[in-house]
Design a binder for this molecule. Sequence first.
Ligand code: XMP
Length: 514
Amino acid sequence: MTNEYVLILDFGGQYNQLIARRVRECNVYCEVKPYDKVTIDEIKALAPKGIIFTGGPQSVYGEDAPSVSKEIFELGIPVLGICYGSQLMAHVLGGKVETCTVSEYGKTETVYDKNCVLFGGVKELPEKAVSWMSHTDFISAVPEGFKIAAHTANCPCAAMYNEEKRLYAVQFHPEVNHTQFGVDMLGSFLKNVCECTGDWTMENYAERAIREIREKVGDGKVLLALSGGVDSSVLAALLSKAVGRQLTCIFVDHGFMRKNEGDEVEAAFSDWDINFVRVNAKDRFMEKLRGVSDPETKRKTIGEEFIRVFEAEAKKIGKVDFLAQGTIYPDVIESGAGDAAVIKSHHNVGGLPDYVDFKEIIEPLRMLFKDETRKLGQELGLSETLVWRQPFPGPGLAIRIIGEITDEKLEILQDADWIFREEIAKAGLDRSINQYFAVLTNNRSVGVMGDFRTYDYTLALRAVETTDFMTAEFSRIPYEVLEICSRRIVNEVKNINRVCYDITTKPPATIEWE
Ligand code: XMP
C-alpha cells in the first residue's frame, strides 16, 4: 500500500520543515523538494493529492526570483501557496504583487471569510483571529477567477482562492503556532480540498518498513553503529524486528557518556534478538586526549579514535552486506539534495563507510522527522527512557569539560549532571526543555564551607528550548528549581563551590560550550 502523498515545493523560507511536520501531524505523508529540482512531468508521475508552496525570502519581481511554470496550476491538482508561495501564485496567474507601505511582522488580527473552505472547514475559527505574518510584499490585485478570503488592517488580501480550480493562497503562516487554528486550516485544505483521508500512521509505516528491509536485505548481514541516541536506537529496534540476528550493533563506549548511560544502553538492548557488541574504550580515548584542551582538537581526536575502534570491531565480523545509518528527514532536507543520498556519519566526521567493508548503505529512517522517529520507537516497544532521550553530542561529556579532561573532572561532571537531570525530571520539566546539561568550567573561585575557605570549580547549568537546534532560547526554569539544583550540587558533589545558569540565546552563543 502506498500512502496519500502531498508535495511541498520549497522556495527557501524559514518554516519549510515546519509545514511538512504539520502536514504529517494531519496524518498525511508529504515530502519537501526544492522548487527547481522537480519537473512538471515528475510531478505528474508523483501524482500528489495536493501541492503546497512554501514561503521564501525573495520578492517575485527580484532578480533570480524563484518561480514555477504556469502549467503547475493546470494539472488539476489542488495548490496552497503560503506567503511567498501565495504571491507567486498571484504573480504567475496574472494578479499583481506590490511592496507594502507598512510591512507586517508577527501576530496580526485577521478577518476571515468563512465561505472559503480553508476557514469555513474549521468550525471553531471565529471571523476575527490572530495570524502570524512576516512579509514586505502583498497581493494588490488577485488573478481572474479568484476571490479574496481574508484581510488585515494593512493587508487587503491576506488569503485568496479559486474554488473551481482548487487553488488557495494565504499570506500568513498557518504552520506557525501563533496562527490561531492554523494547523486546522492546513487540515481543512488536506481533507476538504485535496480529499486526503489521513492514512499516514506509524503503525503502518513500521509494518511497511519491516517488509521493505526484509526484501532488500534478504539473508545478508547488517552492521549498525549504535550510539544510544534516539535515531540509532530506533533504527536498531526496527532492524531487529526486520532481520533479527543478521544485525550486529557495535556500541563504542568512549567513556564520556552521562552517568550510568553506557550500562543503560547495554541493558536496553539485552533482551533484543540481535548481536550486540559493547566496546569499553575509555582508556584508549583518555590516552589520546591527554594534554588536549582545544575544543576542535578534542572533537577531531574523538572522531578519529571512534572510527579506529569501530573499524577494529567491524573487521572481526568480516564482510557485511549493509551498513545502516540513522539519517532522518531534516538531514535530507537540509542538504538541499532532494533525493540524493546523504550520509550522516557518527560524530560529524566524514568517512566512516570507507573504513568498513560493505556493499550498500541503508537508511530506513530517512523520511521521518524526529517526533515521528520517537513515535516509531514507541510503536516498536523501545523504552520511554531511550525514546525520550535528549540529544547528546557524539563527543559526549568531553566537550562539556572545558580544558583538559581528567578522570576526576569527568566524575565531577557526571555527578553534577545527574543531579541536574534528576531535579529537572522531578519538576516535570524534562519533556518541555529540549536539552539541559551541566558544563564543568575550567574556572576556580573562592568560597567558604563551614569554617573553611575553599577554592573549587564553577559549574554551569545550561537548558534550552528550541525546535530545530539552529536557534535556541534559554529555558525559564523557575528560581526554586535552580535553587535546589545549586544547593544539591554544591553539597553533594565534591570540588564544586559555585553554580551559574547560562542565560544566553543561540545565536550568539551555541548550545554546547565547546
Ligand atoms: P551547538 O552547540 O552547535 O549544538 O549549538 C547544536 C546541537 O547539536 C549537538 N551537537 C552535536 N551532535 N555531534 C553530534 O551528534 C557533535 O559533534 C555535536 N556537537 C553539538 C548539540 O548537543 C545540540 O543539540
